[in-house]
Design a protein around this ligand. Sequence first.
Ligand code: NAG
Ligand code: NAG
Ligand code: NAG
Length: 366
Amino acid sequence: MERSFAPSLLAIALLFAAILSGRAHEHHGDSSCEMDPNVRVLAEYRQGVVTVDGHVDDWDGVDGSEFELRPALDPDEDKKYQGGKLTVKAIHDGSNIYFALQVDGEYAYTKGESKQCPSVALMFQIGENASYDSMGGCADLPGSCTSQSCQGHGVDIMHFSMGTAIPGRLYGGNIIDNTAGNGGDRFGHLVDIYAWNPHCRYLDGIGPDVNYTNALNDWHGAWWHSSLMLHSGYIEENSPYATQGQKGTYYFEFSRPLRTMDRFQQDAQFTIGQVSKLAVAFWYPTGGQPWSKSQHYSGSCNWIPLDVALPSQASLSHSNNSSWDAATAFSLLLSVVAFCISVFIGYWVSKRKEVPFMPIEMTSVR
Ligand SMILES: *[C@@H]1O[C@H](CO)[C@@H](O)[C@H](O)[C@H]1NC(C)=O
Ligand SMILES: *[C@@H]1O[C@H](CO)[C@@H](O)[C@H](O)[C@H]1NC(C)=O
Ligand SMILES: *[C@@H]1O[C@H](CO)[C@@H](O)[C@H](O)[C@H]1NC(C)=O
C-alpha cells in the first residue's frame, strides 16, 4: 500500500519543484534608465545542452532576459535601436559559462569592414570600484593610467567585431595569439580586453607600463543570421553569405571558462552561487553607415546582475532519481546473474561429485 503511494508522492514533489524553479526563472525584464531592480541575467546550471556554433535552437529551453537598446552615451528613448530588443541568455556547466545574444536586424555584412557589420561586446566588473559608466571609471587620463593608479577600476571586455568572421565558425582564443601571450584574435576579431576607462583599454597581456607575455584570450564565439541558408558550413569565398538588407535575426554565442589563469586582474572570475556584474553593448551600421567605437547601444545604464546559479533542487532530485533507477536496475541484473551462476555451480558440483580430490601437483596431462 505504502509502496504504491511513494511514486505518486515523488511525482507531486517533483512537479512542485518544477513549478517553483519555473517561477524563479520568470525574470524577463524591461530596462529603462531607472534600472528595474528585478532585471538580471540568470546563468542556470545545464550540462551538455549548447554547442557554440551561432545556432541558438539548443537554447530553446533556457529563459532569457530582454533589454531595450539605447545609445550608451545618450540613453534617450527615441534614439533607441529600432530593430527591437536584445535577448540575453546564459548558462554554465560547472566549468564554462555560455552566453547567447539575439537581436532582430536586417542583414548587413561587408567583408573586412567590421564597422559595416554588427558587433557585440560583453563587459564585466573586475575591481570592486569599477563603475558601469566610463568603463570602470578610473579618473586618470590616457598616458597616466597604470595598474597601480587605477586599481579597483578594472573591467573585463569581450568584443566581437565580425568583419572577417565567417558565420557559424568559431573565433576567439587561438594558438597563434595565445602563443604571443595576449588577448587578440587575428582571425575573427573576437578579442579579450580589459579597461580602466574608455581611454585606457588594452588587449589582455598588454599594458601601459608593462607587457606580460603569458596572457590568454579565454573567449570563444560564433555568429549567425536567420537569413543564412547553408548549414553545412560557409567558407570565406561565400562572402557576403546572404543578401544585404534581408530581414531577420542576428545570433551570437559565446563561451568562457568560469575561472581563467589571469594573474593581473584582466579577467573577471565567475564563482558558482555568486553574482557577477554584466553589461551588453551592440553596434549596428544603421542605413549602411559605418559605426564608430563610441556609437553603440547598451542594454542597460548600469551593471546588470549575473547570477551564476547553483544546480537547482529540481535538477538535483532528477539526477538523484535517475542514478537511483540506474543503480537499482544494475543491482537487480547483478543479482539475477549471481543467482544463475550459483544454480550452475550447484549443478556442476553435484555432477562432479564422484571425482575425488587430488592435490594439484598430481594432476597430469594425459
Ligand atoms: C574602493 O574604494 C574604497 C573607498 O574609496 C576604498 O576604501 C577601497 O580600498 C577601494 N577598493 C580597491 C580595490 O581599490
Ligand atoms: C607593449 O606592446 C604594445 C603592442 O605590441 C606596444 O605598443 C608597447 O610599446 C609595449 N609596451 C611595453 C612597455 O613594452
Ligand atoms: C542527491 O541529493 C542530495 C540532497 O538532496 C545531494 O546532496 C546530492 O549531492 C545529490 N546527489 C546527486 C548525485 O546529485
